[in-house]
Write a protein that binds this ligand. Structure first.
Ligand code: ZN
Length: 472
């Protein structure tokens, strides 16, 4: 039987504020365990939470960028459950009156509706030392400001889920409200997936997937689950509503708990944070300060710079790459050339090193310097590629490298003529081939002259000189 897949995603985003959601504790990553805690985030009796203004502003920023409506009256609730990483036995969250609702993100001609974006605080972190009979808990993460971004079940394939997450992350990075680092846990994703026979309108039994720590992991887990559920139904089995964990090593999902009993939370209003009306002026203030988002930037690159759909999409996917590109353009007018170098050699270097383009030892100024050397004929394209790699590895400027290595391109016509003649004397067969009408032989001869000059000759001049001499 053929099935339709229905997926909904929940993303937890840690906001990059200086202090926690409801107290003044530092949010700095990597500090000694339990060194960033106070009576408020540990929930001592008598302590009172106070909403972090910056977190609230960040939350509005995200809600607006995701096209959400903002609730006029905001309320916080206590989500009650007992777990050792939660010293208060409840988590401050938002239940029936979330900050915002009813937004959307466009992915490849499809609208993915966003059900709600609400604020909450994080729990602490449990650690289970290997081989020991005890666990440790670090409350530094307790009380960190989080946003929960929940989609409607609008995604119909693992690839769509991947595309949605990529787009969401891109927007969040543009807003600069979080480092969006999945490895540090700043961005976490849970997925709900069910399948149903093609044409059926009722939703199938849903399974919640957790423990995925990359977008690829999310996609793989969903692909696995899609197949698993289909084979259960094909064999006339029954799916159960449960939470399953993605096992990265074995590439399978495994049951963690059956849903009904485990997650029956009790919510009630947080009495220590009064409901409040959001100031419309504040919303407008945040809205007017929103940065240009990836879609708008991509459109501008296409319209103003004449870049293709593909190029504009790649260059605006990450805010730092887009900024890098625009910094180059301030010093260098040829957008297409700069775009090609950034998308090609520069991004290749960034990706193999698994770093951010900002960490690359090749500034926009240095890259532009290289491009100008190509344009002036000082070096050729092939040499430029080598210089680029060396500049990245040694942190020296391209200019310096070319000078030190005497790499300058040979544009002296007599020198080139000399090399051409030398090659022609050696490669008699190719010369005959060329004269007999085999035009491809010319390419071989150009290659030989480049080799003869150790790649330094100006290729256009070599070409012209060869044609001139062979034509005689
Ligand atoms: Zn605290």
């Amino acid at each position: 039987m053929s099935y339709e897949t229905v997926i909904g995603l929940e993303v937890h985003l840690q906001l990059a504020t200086k202090t926690k959601a409801f107290c003044g504790c530092s949010t700095k990553f990597g500090a000694r365990a339990n060194s960033q805690v106070c009576p408020v985030c540990l929930g001592f009796p008598g302590s009172l939470p106070v909403l972090n203004e910056e977190a609230f502003r960040f939350a509005i920023k995200v809600a607006l960028a995701l096209n959400c409506k903002i609730q006029s009256l905001i309320k916080f609730d206590r989500k009650n459950y007992y777990y050792p990483d939660l010293p208060k036995n409840f988590q401050i969250s938002q239940y029936d009156m979330p900050l915002s609702y009813d937004g959307f993100i466009d992915i490849a001609a499809k609208k993915i509706r966003i059900k709600r974006v609400h604020m909450e605080e994080d729990a602490g972190k449990l650690m289970h030392p290997e081989g020991e009979s005890y666990s440790l808990v670090d409350y530094n993460r307790g009380g960190m400001p989080l946003l929960e971004i929940v989609t409607e079940p609008d995604l119909n394939s693992p690839q769509e889920a991947y595309d949605y997450l990529t787009k969401l992350k891109s927007i969040l990075e543009y807003l600069r409200v979080s480092d969006c680092d999945m490895e540090k846990g700043s961005l976490r994703c849970d997925a709900n997936i069910s399948i149903r026979p093609q044409g059926e309108t009722k939703l199938g039994t849903k399974v919640e997937l957790k423990n995925m720590n990359s977008f690829r992991g999310v996609r793989s887990a969903l692909e696995y689950e899609e197949k698993r559920q289909a084979s259960v139904l094909d064999e006339k089995g029954k799916l159960i509503q449960e939470t399953r964990l993605w096992d990265t090593g074995r590439c399978v999902t495994a049951s963690m708990r059956v849903k009904e009993e485990a997650e029956d939370y009790r919510y009630f209003p947080e009495p220590d944070l009064v409901p409040f009306v959001v100031d419309r002026n504040q919303i407008e203030e945040v809205r007017s300060a929103l940065p240009e988002l990836p879609e708008a930037r991509s459109l501008r690159f296409k319209e103003k710079l004449g870049l293709s759909d593909y190029d504009a999409g790649v260059l605006t996917g990450q805010v730092d790459v887009a900024d890098y590109f625009e910094e180059c353009l301030k010093l260098y007018p040829n957008a297409k050339v700069a775009a090609n170098w950034i998308m090609g050699d520069v991004m290749a270097a960034v990706n193999t090193r698994n770093i951010n383009i900002r960490e690359l030892a090749l500034t926009p100024i240095a890259l532009v310097g290289l491009l100008k050397m190509i344009d002036s004929g000082a070096i050729n394209g092939k040499m430029a590629k080598d210089v680029l790699i060396e500049a990245i590895e040694t942190k020296a400027s391209p200019d310096e490298i070319v000078r030190k290595k005497g790499l300058s391109q040979i544009s002296d016509s007599s020198q080139i003529e000399e090399a051409v003649k030398k090659v022609l004397q050696k490669e008699i067969k190719s010369v005959d081939d060329y004269k007999a009408g085999k035009k491809a032989a010319l390419g071989f001869l150009v290659g030989q002259v480049m080799k003869e000059t150790k790649g330094k000759a100006n290729p256009a001049m070599v070409n012209a000189t060869l044609k001139k001499i062979l034509g005689e």
